[in-house]
Design a protein around this ligand. Structure first.
Ligand code: NAD
Length: 473
């Protein structure tokens, strides 16, 4: 299939952008029915190309078919189902109340498309993190250019095939390429930019957007903590944490990055996690068809250096730790005793290494979380309502699961996104539709208004009326 990343083609990028700019009002005028039909076509194409998507993900980084289906196909088809059944309501003008001083009028909010949008997507879920924002953008009536990640070229090629089969390029187009292609796209005056990737790159995207005052949705990353308190069910906690940490080889923005465990449960928790890892991947994860690889040599070296530097600083590997650079393979690895200034406790790991940190008092765990940037996800394993409420009240995060990790992503009725360093803006369901829309305020005067009586020249009677308005309305 594909082995090289296409070079930046500025002429093509400009041609596509101008074509979409010329076509945007036609696309914007589409009815809910038109948009639902487009989304259905997209869903059908994803199902048709399901075998090719699985194959591409295997070639890109050995993603097992089950994880391809659950992590790429299902999020797309379920989001489309949700959008199809709610779109008419989202698009309908939403009446709002009018203050008494403006009696004789009516007001409503009407969502209109932002226009020409850019989606820049990452490699860790190369299909759904490109098509997810696309679903919201199409539902909202926009045109879209997608720039997928250069690190998963096989998946990007299938993505382009799907999009080309469903849309004309003056409505939706995929432009494959690396950073230079993203940079060329970011110079254009898009109306909205939806970026998913690292916080450092998010800053570059936001700076580029500022030049054109384009609005942005930034879906970023960071270190998502998990608290396992003294009341937690360790069987459930260890199983769900091991699943969320080692699926996709830890390369999930909402994976539990590190675990804070009450010291009384530390040993039992580590034993339980080790058992789960053996159950999931056997004694030799390298031979398991369910265990993935790190995406490429650069990221392999990055994760390995975090591990080695942390070991040199005093950390202990309590499970796994072996790796094979030739295959970008690293065992599911559990580590304890990391100094707080070691890379495993400072950097987003985005790989199959799980640091486990004991705490004595819940406040200690809360203080540690507060000392870091606001995370994208924060997970709590507990049976204590008091502890759960305290953690929710005293920490900040984009989203939280109680007695689970990461699965809030799958509920389209919840907003998905971070806060500051972990992201700006929300996506999914109605929140995604709103992100790609301008909420237009419409005010309609029906009857004569008191304001007509307050025009210049001002006199004492008018001043009295203004006084009354301030006092009573
Ligand atoms: P990345 O930021 O390196 O790349 C993402 C996209 O940005 C790619 O298409 C890439 O070509 C482009 N890009 C890279 N450098 C650029 C630059 N200087 N200028 C313009 N564009 C540039 O991220 P990644 O390595 O693909 O993904 C990993 C990161 O993404 C992690 O931090 C992870 O937490 C985050 N992430 C967040 C979410 C979310 O929903 N919040 C989902 C997945 C991944």
């Amino acid at each position: 299939m594909v082995d090289t990343v296409p070079a930046v083609d500025t002429k093509k990028i400009h041609r596509l952008f101008e074509a979409q700019r010329a076509n945007q009002y036609k696309v914007a005028e589409s009815s809910a029915g038109d948009r639902i039909r487009k989304l259905q076509k997209l869903s059908d194409a994803v199902m048709k190309y399901r075998p090719e998507i699985r194959e591409a993900l295997w070639q890109d980084y050995r993603r097992p078919a089950a994880e391809a289906d659950l992590g790429e196909i299902y999020p797309v088809t379920s989001k489309i189902k949700h959008a199809k059944s709610h779109l008419r309501r989202w698009m309908a003008p939403q009446r709002v109340a009018t203050p008494l001083a403006f009696v004789g009028s009516s007001s409503w909010v009407q969502y209109e498309p932002k226009g020409v949008c850019l989606v820049i997507s990452p490699w860790n879920y190369p299909i759904q993190l490109a098509l997810g924002p696309l679903i919201s953008a199409v539902a909202a009536g926009n045109t879209v250019i997608i720039k997928p990640s250069e690190s998963t070229p096989h998946s990007a090629a299938v993505l382009r095939k799907i999009v080309e089969e469903v849309f004309d390029e003056n409505e939706v187009a995929v432009v494959e390429g690396a950073v230079d292609t993203a940079t060329a796209l970011l110079e254009l005056p898009f109306n909205h930019i939806f970026f998913t990737g690292a916080p450092e790159v998010g800053k570059i995207v936001m700076a580029a957007a500022a030049k054109n005052l384009a609005s942005v949705t930034l879906e970023l990353g960071g270190k998502s903590p998990t608290i396992v308190d003294e009341t937690a069910d360790l069987g459930i906690a260890s199983s769900r944490i091991a699943w969320a940490k080692f699926s996709n080889n830890g390369q999930i923005c909402i994976a539990p990055d590190y675990v804070l465990v009450h010291e009384s449960k530390m040993e039992a928790f580590i034993d339980a996690v080790k058992s789960r890892i053996r159950e999931f991947y056997g004694e030799k994860a390298a031979e398991s068809a369910s265990y993935m690889r790190i995406i490429n040599a650069r990221h392999f070296q990055r994760v390995k250096s975090y591990l080695e530097d942390s070991i040199n600083a005093g950390a202990t590997v309590v499970y796994g730790g072996r790796s094979d650079p030739g295959d970008n393979f690293m065992e599911p690895t559990v580590v304890t005793g990391m100094p707080m200034d070691s890379p495993l406790m400072q950097q987003e790991i985005f790989g199959p290494v799980l640091p486990v940190v004991p705490y004595r008092d819940l406040q200690e765990a809360i203080d540690l979380i507060r000392s870091k940037e606001k995370p994208l996800g924060l997970y709590i394993y507990s049976k204590s309502t008091r502890n759960i409420e305290r953690i929710l009240r005293s920490t900040r995060a984009g989203g939280t699961c109680i007695n689970h990790n990461a699965v809030h992503f799958f509920n389209p009725n919840l907003p998905f996104g971070g806060s500051n360093n972990s992201g700006i803006g929300k996506s999914h369901g109605k929140f995604g539709f709103v992100a790609f829309s301008n909420a237009r305020a419409v005010y309609k005067q029906i009857l004569p208004t008191a304001l007509d009586k307050l025009t210049p020249p001002y006199n004492n009677l008018k001043m009295k009326l203004i006084d009354l308005t301030i006092k009573w309305f």
